[in-house]
Design a protein around this ligand. Sequence first.
Ligand code: NDP
Length: 486
Amino acid sequence: MNHRLTTQNGAPIADDQNSLSAGARGGLMLQDWQLIEKLAHFNRERIPERVVHAKGSGAYGTFTLNKDLSDYTIADHFQGVGKQTEVFLRFSTVGGEAGSADAERDPRGFAVRFYTANGNHDVVGNNTPVFFLRDGIKFPDFIHTQKRNPQTNLKDPQAMWDFWSLTPEALHQITILMSDRGIPANYRTMNGYGSHTFSLWNANGERFWVKFHFKTKQGIKNLSNEQADVIKGIDPDHAQRDLFGAIEDGDFPKWSVNVQIMPEADADSYHLNPFDLTKVWPHKDYPLIEIGELELNRNPENYFNEVEQAAFAPSNLVPGVGASPDKMLQARLFAYADAQRHRVGTNYNQLPVNCPHASKPQHYQPAGAMAGTGCPFHGADADRGSSVNYGPNSQQGPAQSPTMAEPPLRIDGDMARFDKTVEDDYQQAGDLFRMMNPEQQQQLFDTIAGTLSQASAEVQQRMLGHFAEADSAYAAGIEQAIAKLK
Ligand code: NDP
């Protein structure tokens, strides 16, 4: 009896192999609600795929703190050496559709959720420490150039390079993307970065700016263009296979977790804008401080439930961790939770992968589609169906935690749309180029030439001007590589 097949209303099914028909050969009966339920549900088995980061892989694990950060933050997962916090990590490519190949040259998403005792903290980053843009207002246009041409429905090197040639702030990230690290061998052999500047604040109300770095303990391994082309054909899901298989075999991937910390006041005098997502903080200015280890050790039971419906948002912050004035981060604080409400549904935070595992959600927003699921980690208690749904109230409803208030942030200046040209776009792209050995530089030239040569002469010239600003040898190498293709 335990294993009896039922319809969705729980009624036992007598025959699930033969439709109800008028005669042995006949048409089917509208009254076969069992058939209709099966077909209708099947039609609804997909949710909208993510506009970006559609193809992904995920796993659960553990973050172990090995350096107490209570001087900097009250965040629970950063208190006390040895503290362990459950995590969920989703890796992804960015531009391709849900069925695209894992071995594309593309940034990789690296989204980490810490299920802390004071709520979920999401660090929704990439495998690169910077990004193509410093202002979210450009993001939809940028992604249009990475997706398909509206007429041909093909990837469009002209659109891609046209946009980049008119957006010099992209040069640093272009240099990383086209470098030998542009196609990681799999998700285990790459670093992750929170990329944005976030803030930490401590019990004394002091604020520090922070960047998160996750350094692979498997060693950096990458694919050449030729290797990737072969893998894309043989096994488009190779990174998913690699991650799932490694965890299944008990070969748990690990990353060291590091931070760079800047006292709040330094931001005013630092020689670069520390909130500009197209720039790193050079290590010599703010060295990496290792604070712990992240290990992935458990595969999800159900891909759709736990990976497809995983709803990360940079706005998932917890007391002790805050945002920063980074304009890309500010845009993402809105855009991600909004995307999840659209993609998964209003109550996406009630699903098991999304709800706070280690802290009980208690709030006054109870209704909306699919309400009443409650967070299964808190039992019947989590579904406060009959409880008061407004605050303040005199019914002992959930109360505020004034001791966890973020310290005020001083801001000044005129409200305006500030010109991007006040920032330097070339220095750090050039620094990375100059760090590369001749073989890495040649690989960079050849990879860029491969697609830039498909853009118009005007776009090529504009791009060469940017490469020359970063380093004259950078531009010369690309020019020669393009000439070789003619
Ligand atoms: P450092 O010499 O202290 O550090 C260089 C960093 O570059 C290392 O973290 C290294 O990673 C990483 N790196 C090496 N090759 C590549 C590549 N092809 N793509 C991406 N990262 C790479 O230098 P600085 O801190 O002064 O930074 C110099 C340049 O290094 C920057 O302009 C930036 O492009 C790059 N970089 C800097 C980072 C930072 O946070 N400061 C982080 C990542 C890159 P690993 O240690 O794993 O080998």
